[in-house]
Design a protein around this ligand. Structure first.
Ligand code: ARG
Length: 458
C-alpha cells in the first residue's frame, strides 16, 4: 500500500475503506496535468532556492519521462496508490530516487487537485469547442443546400407557418454558438491558479506563484488561499454549461425524431444511426437520437449532483470534493461523443423534398400573410385578425379552399381584399416575404450563412 501520509498512522489500513476511498480508478486522467503542475512547481522551487537547482532539474527531467509515458499510454497506474498525486510521486521516486522527496515542499494535495482539475477542464473545454464548431459546420453545410427548401414549422406542435429549412437549421447553429460562449465565460472565470495555496493557509516557503502561473498558462493567481482550495465553482459552471448544451442536443434530437416519423416523413436518418425492431420487421428506429435525448438526463443530473455535493461543505477542503470527478468527467465524455454523433447525423441526413412540397400546400399556413396584406392596406390589426378568422372558419365549415373564393366573396369579408391576395397562397412566397432582419426569407438566410461561413472558417 502506498500512501502520502505514512508515519503518524498506527495499525493497518482497512481494505474496504481503501477500496471505497481510492480515486485512482477515475482521477488517472489527471496524470498529465499533475506532471505539468509538478514541473512548474519544481522549477519554481529551484529558482526560489527552496531546493537545490540540481534536485529541481532531476525532478523536471523525471516528470518529463513520466509525461512521455503517459502520453504514449505506457504509464503503469498503480491501483494500490490511492490517487493520481500518489501515483506520480511514487513513479517519480522510482525514476529519479531521493530528489523526488523534495517536490512536495510548499504545496499540498488540496491546492494541487484544484490546479489539476482546472488544467484538465481548460484543455477539455477547448476540445469540446472544436467539436461544437465541427457540428456547426455540418449544420451550416446542410442549411446551405436547403435555403429554398420550405418546411412547416410548429408552435405547440401544431402546424403554424412555413419557413426555410436552412433558416430552421441555422437556429441550431445559434444555440451552439451560445454554448461555445458559455464555455468561454466558464473558462474565463476558471483561469485562476490555486497552486501555492498549500493546504489552506499558504506557505512560509518563498514560493513564486506568478512564475508557476505563467508556466502553466494561467492568467491569474488566486488571492485567497482559503477560497482557492475550497472553490469548485469552475466545475459547477462547466457542468451547468454542459447541461444546457445537452438540453440543446436533446431538443435537436427531438425535432429530428419527429421529422423522421412516418406521420411527418420530412427526413431520412442514415441507417448507421438507426436500429430495427426485434419483432416488427418494418421498423427503422432513430435510437441514436433517442439516446442523445435520454443522455441529457444524465448531464443535467451531473450538474445537479455537483451543486448538491457542494452545498453543505464548510470551508476549506473536505474529502467530499474528490467526488466532483466522476460526474464531471462523465459530462465531458458524453458531450464529446454526442457532438460527433450529431455531426454525423447532419452530414448524412436526407431531406424528403417531395413529401415536404405536398405538405406545405395547406392554405392555413398563409393566414398571417393574408392578415398582413390587410394591415398593409390600412386595416387595423384586430379587424384584420377577425376577418381572416371568419374566412378560415367558413372555408373549413364548407370544405372550401381560400384559393377558390371569387373576388366578390373576398370583398364580402373585407373591402380591402382584391384578387391579388391569392398570390399569397404559395409557400415559397410566404417564405420570401419574411424579409425582417432575422426572418426566414432566402435573403436573410443567405445573410446568416455568409456570417457563419466567415466565423466558422476564420
Ligand atoms: N483525491 C483527492 C481529491 O480528489 C485529492 C486531494 C486529497 N487531499 C486530502 N487532503 N486528502 O480531492
Amino acid at each position: 500500500m502506498n500512501k502520502f501520509w505514512g508515519s503518524r498512522f498506527e495499525g493497518k489500513s482497512d481494505e474496504l475503506a481503501d477500496a471505497f476511498s481510492f480515486s485512482i480508478s477515475y482521477d488517472h486522467r489527471l496524470a498529465e496535468a499533475d506532471c505539468l503542475a509538478g514541473i512548474a512547481h519544481a522549477r519554481m522551487l529551484g529558482s526560489s532556492r527552496v531546493i537545490a537547482k540540481e534536485d529541481a532539474q532531476r525532478i523536471v527531467a523525471g516528470l518529463n519521462v513520466l509525461l512521455k509515458k503517459i502520453k504514449e499510454g505506457k504509464f503503469d497506474f498503480d491501483p494500490h496508490a490511492e490517487d493520481i498525486h500518489t501515483n506520480i510521486q511514487t513513479a517519480l521516486k522510482k525514476e529519479i530516487g531521493a530528489s523526488a522527496d523534495k517536490l512536495h515542499a510548499g504545496r499540498s494535495r488540496n491546492d494541487l487537485i484544484a490546479t489539476d482539475m482546472k488544467l484538465y477542464w481548460l484543455t477539455a473545454r477547448q476540445e469540446i469547442q472544436a467539436h461544437i464548431e465541427k457540428l456547426q459546420r455540418a449544420i451550416v453545410k446542410l442549411a446551405q443546400e436547403h435555403i429554398d427548401t420550405v418546411i412547416p414549422a410548429y408552435t405547440h406542435l401544431q402546424a403554424a407557418q412555413v419557413v426555410s429549412l436552412g433558416h430552421f437549421l441555422l437556429a441550431y447553429v445559434e444555440m451552439l454558438e451560445r454554448d461555445k460562449q458559455r464555455l468561454d465565460n466558464a473558462a474565463r472565470l476558471a483561469d485562476v491558479m490555486p497552486l501555492g495555496s498549500a493546504a489552506l493557509s499558504g506557505t512560509s516557503l518563498p514560493v513564486n506563484r506568478n512564475a508557476m502561473a505563467k508556466e502553466l498558462g494561467f492568467k491569474h493567481i488566486s488571492a485567497n488561499s482559503i477560497d482557492a482550495v475550497s472553490d469548485r465553482d469552475f466545475l459547477l459552471e462547466g457542468a451547468n454549461a454542459l447541461a444546457i448544451m445537452a438540453v440543446h442536443f436533446s431538443r435537436m434530437a427531438e425535432d429530428l425524431i419527429i421529422w423522421a416519423s412516418s406521420e411527418f416523413n420530412f427526413i431520412d436518418i442514415d441507417w448507421g444511426l438507426c436500429t430495427g425492431s426485434s419483432i416488427m420487421p418494418h421498423k427503422k428506429n432513430p435510437d441514436i437520437l433517442e439516446l442523445i435525448r435520454g443522455k441529457a438526463a444524465g448531464l443535467i443530473a451531473n450538474a445537479q449532483e455537483l451543486l448538491i455535493l457542494m452545498k453543505g461543505l464548510p470551508l476549506t477542503y473536505n474529502r467530499d470534493l474528490q467526488l466532483d470527478k466522476p460526474p464531471f468527467f462523465a459530462s465531458i465524455d458524453n458531450t464529446i461523443v454526442i457532438l460527433q454523433l450529431l455531426a454525423k447525423t447532419f452530414e448524412t441526413l436526407k431531406v424528403k423534398s417531395a413529401t415536404l412540397e405536398k405538405r406545405i400546400q395547406d392554405e392555413s399556413f398563409f393566414t398571417v400573410d393574408i392578415m398582413e396584406y390587410l394591415i398593409k392596406k390600412g386595416v387595423a390589426y384586430r379587424e384584420a385578425h377577425d376577418t381572416v378568422g371568419r374566412m378560415v372558419k367558413d372555408c373549413l365549415d364548407k370544405g372550401k379552399k381560400i384559393s377558390s373564393l371569387s373576388r366578390e366573396e373576398l370583398k364580402n369579408y373585407a373591402e380591402a381584399f382584391d384578387i391579388d391576395v391569392k398570390k399569397l397562397l404559395n409557400p415559397h412566397t410566404s417564405v420570401k416575404i419574411k424579409k425582417s432582419f432575422g426572418g426566414t426569407s432566402p435573403s436573410s438566410v443567405k445573410y446568416q450563412l455568409k456570417k457563419w461561413s466567415r466565423e466558422l472558417n476564420a
